[in-house]
Design a binder for this molecule. Structure first.
Ligand code: MGD
Ligand code: MGD
Ligand code: SF4
Ligand code: MO
Length: 753
């Protein structure tokens, strides 16, 4: 047994005491982005002193980036909260776990009883997809709360993709990912994996995979208003006008029909409404969209022909195609193009991953379909999508008086004061709540408003399995890393925090936390044994429950999901294979994956057809003189890594990037402060003149603005930056998905001299 393997089985339980100074290694899947790299941690006593890429990891093969390398520094950040905080006499003070959960039970239950379930809002932030707790417990929390006021980072991010997948395939989480390792041609829109390491396309070493694509003779086209590091790798970079991707994609679709370049291949028998799509895009000729996109009509035709001619190809869009005015239409068109070129669901194209914890595939056939707008938000009456309301209306749901107002908020791993539009308004709204709980390691711009803060332990002390990202990975695999360091005295695991939260708000305060896991296991197994296609069909629930291994509730739940899943896997098998189990390349899954009412791919869904007139009218709109887009830096992760000294600095700076021609026109000099104004407000930032951004476009990153009082993030506060989302008032949304328009909105610049 290797040292590493020995370390993996050692600590978690017991007292875990280690003589200080003794060095060992342990494996930990990195939780800092979607690439899910395997890390080898070197641990001295209980301190992580270094992190390297795990060369034996079946998925990441040793890849690591600067964020993963700073795992130890992040883990040991002295600003991390060590104990729960409870507000007394207006001030947040250290408290015991018992006091914290008592306070939650005492305050939330009466509010629900008096004002109903919707009086409690829930906000789920991005790191929930990077923790086991965040995958396993929020669904239970929501089922006990039964509140319609759910807001997540998805409506600042990928909700357009969920809506598009829901409508096309009948399953909002059936998201095709580009087959990076095998494709011959990648058309990439609004994504910068060289900095982000990829998203809704989990691939460790995305940069290496793009280089390999080119080495094997494949081609890469990048559509991005900035000449990003990803664009610099491409065969073709198109600096499109922000917000117009849907027009470009509609024109590409048009060309495929017009030039008879469609070839659905095996999918031909599984697609509805093909001719309706042809009619729907009839007006979107390359010539008609060229001016709006600021592209050459000939180039649009070339891109369409290249896409059709490639032996295999994948169209892939991310943030720049999501958080924009026509986000759902663009995301729909991405997969329409994949279908029309026969690339959906074929090796080398865009395929549906099958994760180890997904339910075992059921036989093909009609499903329940996907419905949008089953209820609306109270104030602006915006439709729900995937049971969520737009994050952009959270503030108004709190600060607008009347029946149904949100009076209490449970915020888990979220920092909407910085990540959502108009943080100032949200900041004030949070002050008006009767009660707020934050599950968060930091006292930051959002959690500072909480009455109770529940801090999870640092990542070295948490076990990890990627429930979310395995479902979007470019290669099927499963890896589990138990906690690398034993829980520090006085800490409780984040899974237990969530379980106790569920019990406290669900009227079962004080019950053992495993009760939550037992309840879930019983319910899930009862369902599984009744399903003919389940590997446990017809078996006895009690016996199955007794077979589950795992030292903790979450481990037993993982074991259960593996046993009822599509592969012959158990928790023990994952523990025996600490570097992971390779489950092979992605396989075709149509029609089994489809859940539409027709059991086929519904290529022109009604809500999409109804939204197309909006896109048609965009053809005649006069573009704004200057629009703003965001950007990500390799050493960042949204709003919460600015407190790690190694990650705060270098290229990771909150500057306003502007093209030299625009700077000259506006008389702006490099380094000077500029005032940026938009319909929601204004902020000031230093000018950075660079020709990597096209003319007519400026770029300011998000996640900055750490200057509010009461925040306990000393490093971040020393270089606060400004909050780009203060430029927005939350009214610009992609209507079908409720996703905030964070890219491509008009701004004005004024020197502060
Ligand atoms: N203008 C603009 N705005 C954007 C974006 C953009 O591109 N431009 N991007 C959007 C996107 S894609 C996203 S996903 C959102 C993100 O929006 P949020 O999810 O609101 O923001 P994060 O900065 O990811 O903050 C997450 C919070 O989780 C906490 N946290 C970290 N680790 C853990 C943990 O292990 N457990 C718990 N319980 N908490 C933890 C952090 O301290 C922080 O408070 O921002 C969006 N906002
Ligand atoms: N280092 C780092 N990695 C991260 C994160 C981070 O903050 N830092 N965040 C993580 C999260 S939560 C997410 S969701 C992913 C996001 O992953 P990506 O989508 O790859 O992230 P971005 O770097 O925001 O890339 C969006 C690109 O879209 C471009 N763009 C803006 N508007 C438009 C437009 O209208 N059309 C087109 N075609 N392009 C446009 C921008 O210039 C930018 O280059 O990254 C994840 N990984
Ligand atoms: S690429 Fe992502 S998962 Fe890999 S080490 Fe960097 S932050 Fe971690
Ligand atoms: Mo995100």
């Amino acid at each position: 047994m290797s040292r590493t393997a020995a370390a993996r089985t050692a600590p978690t339980g017991g007292d875990g005491a280690e003589p200080a100074g003794e060095t060992r290694t342990a494996l930990r899947i990195c939780p800092l982005c979607e690439a899910t790299c395997g890390l080898t941690l070197t641990i001295e006593g209980t301190r992580v002193v270094s992190a390297r890429g795990d060369r034996d990891d079946v998925f990441s093969r040793g890849f690591i980036c600067p964020k993963g390398a700073s795992f130890g520094e992040l883990d040991a950040d002295p600003d991390r909260l060590r104990t729960p905080l409870v507000r007394k006499d207006g001030e947040l003070r250290d408290a015991t776990w018992a006091e914290a959960f008592d306070a939650i039970a005492a305050r939330i239950r009466p509010l629900i009883e008096e004002h109903g379930a919707n009086a409690v809002g829930v906000v789920l932030g991005n790191p929930n997809v990077h923790t086991m707790a965040g995958a396993l417990y929020p669904p239970v929390l929501l089922s006990v709360l039964r509140s319609r006021n759910l807001f997540t980072a998805s409506t600042l991010d990928q909700m357009p993709k969920h809506v598009s997948s829901g409508l096309l395939f009948g399953d909002a989480v059936a998201i095709p990912v580009p087959d990076l390792d095998r494709t011959d041609h990648l058309l990439l829109l609004g994504a910068n994996p060289l900095e982000s390491n990829g998203s809704l396309c989990t691939a460790a070493d995305f940069p290496g995979k793009l280089k390999a694509l080119r080495r094997r003779g494949g081609t890469l086209t990048v559509i991005d208003p900035r000449r990003t590091r990803t664009a610099q790798l491409a065969d073709r970079h198109v600096p499109i006008r922000p917000g117009t991707d849907a027009l470009l994609l509609a024109a590409l679709t048009h060309v495929l029909f017009e030039e008879r370049l469609t070839d659905l291949g095996r999918l031909a028998d599984h697609v509805e409404h093909l001719r309706d799509v042809e009619a729907a895009v009839a007006e979107f000729t390359p010539e008609a969209v060229a001016a709006a996109c600021d592209m050459d009509a000939g180039e649009i035709r070339t891109i369409a022909r290249e896409l059709a001619a490639a032996p295999t190809a994948a169209v892939y869009g991310r943030i720049g195609s999501c958080t924009v005015e026509y986000g759902t239409l663009a995301n729909w068109l991405v997969d329409v193009l994949n279908v029309l070129t026969g690339n959906l669901d074929r090796p080398g194209g865009a395929l549906f991953p099958l994760s180890a914890t997904a339910p075992a595939p059921r036989p093909a056939g009609p499903g329940r379909g996907f419905a949008l707008g089953r209820w609306t938000s109270r104030v602006s009456e915006l439709p729900e999508a995937k049971s969520e309301l737009p994050m952009a209306v959270l503030a108004e749901e709190i600060d607008t008086p009347g029946e149904g107002r949100i009076r209490a908020l449970i915020s888990i791993a979220a920092n909407p004061v910085l990540s959502a539009p108009d943080g100032d308004r949200l900041d004030r709204a949070l002050e008006q709540l009767d009660f707020m709980v934050s599950v968060d390691p930091y006292l930051n711009e959002t959690s500072r408003h909480a009455d109770v803060v529940l801090p999870p332990p640092p990542p070295s002390q948490s076990s990890h399995f990627d429930f979310a990202f395995n479902a979007f990975a470019v290669h099927n695999q499963a890896r589990y890393t138990p906690a690398a360091v034993p829980l520090e005295e006085g800490r409780i695991d984040e899974c237990e925090i969530h379980a106790r939260l569920v019990l406290a708000v669900g009227g079962m305060h004080g019950a053992p936390p495993e009760a939550v896991d037992d309840m879930v296991i019983e319910k899930a197994l009862t369902k599984a044994v009744a399903e003919a296609h389940s590997p446990v069909h017809g078996q006895d629930v009690k016996e199955l429950t007794a077979q589950l291994s795992g030292r903790t509730g979450p481990e037993r739940r993982l074991d259960m999901m593996l046993r009822t899943g599509p592969y012959d896997l158990t928790l023990d098998k994952l523990l025996e294979n600490p570097h992971g189990v390779d489950l092979g390349p992605l396989q075709p899954r149509v029609p089994e994956v489809l859940r539409t009412r027709s059991g086929r791919i519904e290529l022109l869904p009604g809500p999409i057809a109804d939204d197309l007139p909006r896109l048609r009218s965009a053809l005649d709109e006069r573009p704004a003189a200057l629009v703003l887009v965001g950007r990500r830096h390799l050493r960042s992760n949204n709003s919460w890594l600015h407190n790690v000294p190694a990650l705060n600095g270098g290229s990771n700076r909150c500057t306003l990037q502007i093209h030299p021609d625009d700077a000259a026109r506006l008389g702006l000099h490099d380094g000077e402060q500029v005032r940026i104004a938009a319909d929601g407000g204004q902020v000031e930032a230093p000018v950075e003149i660079t020709d990597t951004v096209r003319t007519g476009v400026v770029s300011l990153p998000h996640g900055w603005g750490h200057s509010r009082p009461g925040v306990r993030m000393s490093v971040a506060a020393s270089r606060p930056g400004v909050n780009v989302n203060q430029l927005l008032d939350g009214s610009r949304l992609d209507p079908l998905s409720g996703t905030a328009v964070l890219n491509g909105f008009p701004v004005e610049l004024n020197a502060t001299r």
